[in-house]
Each structure stands twice: as structure tokens, then as C-alpha cells.
Design a protein around this ligand. Structure first.
Ligand code: HEM
Length: 455
């Protein structure tokens, strides 16, 4: 940890500037819920990189900007704890015994069980399967027509994730139903987030049924679902692993863990959809990307990591979508004790937040921050590297996203195949976002017109 990120104690420091306005009981809930990123940007432009405001039942300490991001994301769990924020949202969806419902050393062990499936050698193995999933999905499409962008991105990413992280048979049989089931889980998280309680709403009942369906399917299929070329399944590998307490996972916990991976990966379709929207809103980029693909791939793309690494302009477009429309727009923790964060006094119990959505649009960090400009990532500019923690769509510091490379590869392959196969345009040029809990999705329907290209 750097000296800057350690700048958290002893308690003391300046008082956080308060955001003006706010009503009794509900505080700033109305402008916050209406457009949280705009609300935060306005608050920070008036009051600076740290502000305080209130939401029903909680005070919020919000930090914005690379230096503040570095400090907050570098905080230890004993100072800024994610558990009180995420545990009530996630445990009802995944069941007990996983993610934030276990001690930190068990969570670290659980996380380590995902790594063999997403590290570099695994990504190299997954590449061809990812291509095949996308090709197979678009094969039955007509010569021309329309599709709803978010639906297609959810279908594709669900099939790819299910294939690579659980197994090919699971992807074939449960894959088509997976987006709906995951959406039912997410809707319940949103209901909990908005109401602050887990009162039994229809969303929660649907989520309970979705969880039962998915864990049952995982337990039935995954133990015998061997990836091509392997004699044992990922589920069997999980069952053989031994934890810090010397014990192995039981079947239910292994299934919940796999469900947790699918749920964590559910930001991928959002990022992939925003990438598509931006590319189609700025179609001057399409010839650039197609030329890059022709140089990287021959007629039938060899799905190798080295070919994918050549797609740098597509990488830049993905970075720009991450910057302008981060799928996870808010990263929140709870102050576990009175803290001094980045020179400001933060009382125990405050929600401590950084917002990728607001921070990425700060002038002074990125040139013309509201503009889609993938060239800002070219070697002679590299605006995202000029200041550490400028781009935090996959978080960073203590708890970076473990699946970032997997997600980036998935999105790259989806857009490689779609851009080579089709001419595409948005039916309606304007696309708006909708915030659901911690995720920021494009509002549906977002219709895309397609026409097959001669390849
Ligand atoms: C575009 C897609 C994705 C985005 C934008 C994204 C974003 C994030 C963010 C922001 C966090 C940190 C949350 C916080 O600290 O409050 C996170 C954590 C995590 N992500 Fe992702 N993610 C994506 C895809 C994936 C995929 C595909 C996987 C699995 C293969 C994955 C697995 C995880 C895990 C396991 C964590 C928890 C890490 C921890 O607790 O330390 N993510 N992700």
C-alpha cells in the first residue's frame, strides 16, 4: 500500500462539506434516485472531492476523483467494510455460506477457487469456445432484421459464462433460461436496495424460485459436465478443494458458489451493450475496427490470445464504454469505526462511497470527459494511466474485480464476431440509462437493425 492510501488514521481531520438541500427523513433521496451520477457530479463540482449527504436512514460520505478513489479503495475491511452493504443484498439471492456470508479467510479461499477458470491459460482455452458460442447464436438469424441489444448481450454472455465456468452441457440446457433467472435474482436485490428491507415482495418470491431452479440444475448437471478434453468437471474440482479449516465444500455450497460466479459476471452484458451503443452512435469507428480485425484475423478467425491482443482499437472502445457508462456505478462500504479518510472526518456507520460513474467524468482527469474518444487511450495520450485510479469501472485497490480479463475477452469476442458478420445501426440514436441497484443498464428496448455482410 502507498503512503497516500494509508492516509486514513488517526481519526480527526476536516468536517465533510455537506451537500445543500435535502428534506427531513428522506434527505437527498429524490435527486439521488432520479439521477445518482448527475447528483454526485453536481455535489462534487460545488463542494470538492469529498462531500456528505443523507439518504433515508443513512449518512453518506462520498469521495470523487483519482486521489480520493485510491484512498477509499485502499482501505482495509477493518476500516471500510463491504459486508454490511452487500451482505443483505447478496445472501438472500445466493443462499448462506458464500460470498459475504462467510469469514474473510473462507471468502478468500472461495475466491481462489474461481481463479483456475479465469487466469491466462484458461482464457486461452476459452477463446475458441467463446467464438463458437457467438457464431452458433447468430447462425439462424435472417439476412436482415432487428434485435434488442440488451437481450442479445445477456443471451450471449450467459451462454459463454455458463460454458466456461460451469460446463458445456449446463450452457446448452440451462443457458437459454439463464438471463431470465439471473434477472429475477437482480430484481430482488434492487427491491431490497430500494426498500431497505427484505419484506416478502413478489420480486423476492421470484428470486427464491430462480435460486432453487439454478442450484438444482447446477447440482444435477455440473458434477458430470466435463469440459472438452478433460475427464473431470469444474464442480468435481470444487468438491476436491480443501479450505483453511481443513474441510471441503458440501454440494449445496459448491452450487451456491457457482451461482455466485454467474451473478458476479452479470455486469458483462451491460458493459457489452453500452459498447455497442457507443459504436453505433459513433459509426465512424466501425471501419477502423473492421480494418483492425482484418489485419488480426484471417478468413476464419483463429481464436488465439495473440490475435485478440492485436485488437487494440476495440480495447480502447471497451475502455471508453467503461469510462462513460460503468456497469457498476457506485462502490460502497461502511465506516467500521470513526475514520479520517483523505483528510476528512468520517464517523462510524457512514456509508463510504466512490462512484466510477461520477469520477470518470471529472474534467481535468480526462480531456473533454463527456465525449466518446477512444483515441485517449493511444500510447501518446494514455489518459487512463496518467493518474492512478482514474478508471475504476472494475474497482481496484483491495478488492479489484477478479473477472475483469474474462469479461474483457468475452466482450471483445462478441463484438469481433458481430462487427464482422453484420452491418449494424441503432433504430433510435438516443439511448438512455436506467440504474438498478448497483448496476447501470441501457434502458430497453434498444433496437438494432442488422444486415448480413458478405464475408
Ligand atoms: C463488465 C463486466 C464486469 C464488471 C464491470 C465488474 C465489476 C466489478 C466491480 C466494480 C467489483 C468490485 C465491487 C466492489 O468492490 O464494491 C467486482 C468484483 C468482483 N467481480 Fe466483477 N465485474 C465484471 C465481470 C465479472 C466476471 C465475468 C466475473 C467472474 C468471472 C467477476 C467476478 C467478480 C468477483 C468474484 C468479484 C469480488 C471480488 C472480491 O470480493 O474481492 N466479475 N466486479
Amino acid at each position: 500500500m502507498t503512503d497516500r492510501t494509508r492516509n486514513t488514521s488517526p481519526p480527526g481531520g476536516r468536517e465533510l462539506p455537506a451537500v445543500e438541500g435535502g428534506l427531513p427523513l428522506i434527505g437527498h433521496a429524490i435527486p439521488f434516485v432520479r439521477n445518482p451520477v448527475d447528483f454526485l457530479l453536481r455535489a462534487h463540482s460545488r463542494r470538492g472531492e469529498a462531500v456528505a449527504f443523507s439518504l433515508p436512514g443513512r449518512r453518506v460520505a462520498s469521495f470523487c476523483g483519482p486521489q480520493a478513489n485510491a484512498v477509499v479503495l485502499g482501505l482495509d475491511d477493518s476500516e471500510a467494510d463491504r459486508r454490511p452493504v452487500y451482505e443483505p443484498l447478496v445472501t438472500p439471492l445466493l443462499g448462506p455460506g458464500v460470498v459475504f456470508n462467510v469469514p474473510a479467510d473462507v471468502k478468500a479461499w472461495h475466491d481462489s477457487l474461481l481463479l483456475p477458470l479465469i487466469r491466462r491459460d484458461a482464457l486461452a482455452r476459452h477463446a475458441q469456445a467463446m467464438f463458437d458460442q457467438v457464431e452458433r447464436y447468430i447462425t439462424p438469424w435472417q439476412a436482415s432484421g432487428t434485435f434488442e441489444l440488451m437481450t442479445v448481450m445477456r443471451d450471449l454472455t450467459a451462454r459463454i459464462t455458463a460454458h466456461c465456468l460451469i460446463g458445456p452441457r449446463f450452457a446448452r440446457t440451462v443457458g437459454p433460461a439463464l438471463p431470465t433467472l439471473l434477472n429475477q435474482l437482480e430484481s430482488a436485490a434492487f427491491a431490497t436496495f430500494m426498500t431497505g428491507s427484505r419484506a416478502l415482495l413478489p420480486q423476492h418470491r421470484r428470486a427464491d424460485r430462480a435460486r432453487e431452479t439454478l442450484t438444482r440444475a447446477i447440482k444435477q448437471i455440473a458434477p458430470h459436465d466435463c469440459p472438452e478434453g478433460s475427464e473431470h468437471s469444474h464442480f468435481e474440482d470444487l468438491m476436491c478443494a480443501v479450505g483453511p479449516d481443513g474441510r471441503s465444500l458440501d454440494e449445496n455450497t459448491a452450487a451456491s458458489l457457482m451461482l455466485g460466479w454467474l451473478f458476479a459476471a452479470a455486469s458483462t452484458p451491460i458493459h457489452a451493450a453500452w459498447t455497442g451503443i457507443l459504436l453505433l452512435q459513433y459509426p465512424q469507428w466501425l471501419p477502423v475496427l473492421r480494418a483492425e480485425q482484418e489485419a488480426a484475423f484471417t478468413d476464419h478467425p483463429p481464436a488465439t490470445l495473440s490475435a485478440l491482443h492485436k485488437l487494440e482499437r476495440l480495447d480502447h472502445c471497451l475502455l471508453e464504454a467503461e469510462r462513460l457508462h460503468p456497469a457498476v456505478w457506485l462502490l460502497a462500504r461502511t465506516a467500521a469505526r470513526d475514520l479520517c479518510i483523505h483528510g476528512y472526518r468520517v464517523p462510524r456507520g457512514h456509508l463510504v462511497c466512490v462512484s466510477p460513474g461520477a469520477s470518470h467524468r471529472l474534467p481535468g482527469v480526462f480531456r473533454e470527459p463527456g465525449t466518446f474518444d477512444p483515441d485517449r487511450y493511444l500510447p501518446d495520450r494514455r489518459e487512463h494511466r496518467a493518474t492512478p485510479y482514474a478508471l475504476i469501472g472494475f474497482s481496484g485497490g483491495r478488492h479489484p474485480c477478479l473477472g475483469m480479463s474474462f469479461a474483457q475477452q468475452t466482450m471483445k469476442i462478441i463484438w469481433s464476431v458481430l462487427l464482422r458478420a453484420f452491418d449494424l445501426e441503432l433504430a433510435e440514436a438516443r439511448a438512455r440509462g436506467a440504474v438498478t441497484a448497483m448496476r447501470h443498464k441501457p434502458r430497453r428496448p434498444c433496437t438494432v437493425r442488422y444486415r448480413r455482410r458478405n464475408r
